[in-house]
Design a protein around this ligand. Structure first.
Ligand code: IMP
Ligand code: MG
Length: 179
């Protein structure tokens, strides 16, 4: 692990909370589904997904929920480019409308891989929702249906996101500054 600090806050906790509610307002307004399954990609999405779910309560939406654990960056800050399933979902998603949730859209490989996987398994629709979007770092063409904040190409942690599996507990998003 390189020498670094995480003192610089990029997005405050209250700003995140407000944006989560706005995202859920958008999602609820465009979803009349009675067969909605929210699928979180672990580990990074756990905090975002929990807040999204609490916000769904305001709209009386009752989604099923499941999690998919994918191989991540490994240790470090650069993507391996490989996506592999470590733990699969258990819910039956045939004919279901899926909301696929991840912490951040970076190269795009994770969501391209996962969306295809779920459609191949006969999900009726798959929409994607990310908290953060590093638009400048795509290696495959992909846009999320719902994105919280567009950010510059800088490594960030907190609110579920990690550096070497650390800092996920931060309630805000911080920049990792290397020295
Ligand atoms: P993609 O397949 O390159 O779009 O990668 C998405 C995954 O990369 C996310 O789920 C994160 O686990 C990880 N990731 C990408 N950028 C960052 C970052 O700045 N901080 C922490 N994790 C990141
Ligand atoms: Mg992740």
């Amino acid at each position: 692990m390189r020498t670094h600090d995480v003192k610089e806050i990029l997005i405050e906790k209250d700003t995140i909370a407000q944006r989560v509610d706005e995202l859920v307002d958008d999602i609820a307004a465009s979803t009349g589904s009675t067969n909605l399954v929210v699928i979180g990609i672990l580990k990074g999405s756990f905090m975002f997904l929990a807040d999204l779910m609490r916000s769904f309560h305001r709209h009386g939406v009752h989604p099923r929920i499941d999690f998919l654990t994918l191989s991540s960056y490994g240790s470090g800050t650069t993507s391996s480019g490989q996506v592999a399933i470590i733990h699969d979902i258990r819910e039956d998603i045939e004919g279901a409308d899926i909301l696929l949730v991840d912490d951040i859209l970076d190269t795009g490989r994770t969501l391209v891989f996962t969306k295809k996987l779920l459609l191949d398994r006969a999900a009726k629709s798959v929409r994607t929702c990310v908290l953060l979007d590093k638009k400048a770092h795509r290696s495959v063409e992909f846009e999320a249906d719902y994105a919280g904040f567009a950010i510059d190409d800088h490594f960030v942690v907190g609110y579920g996101l990690d550096y070497d599996n650390l800092y996920r507990e931060l309630p805000h998003i911080a920049k990792v500054n290397f020295r």
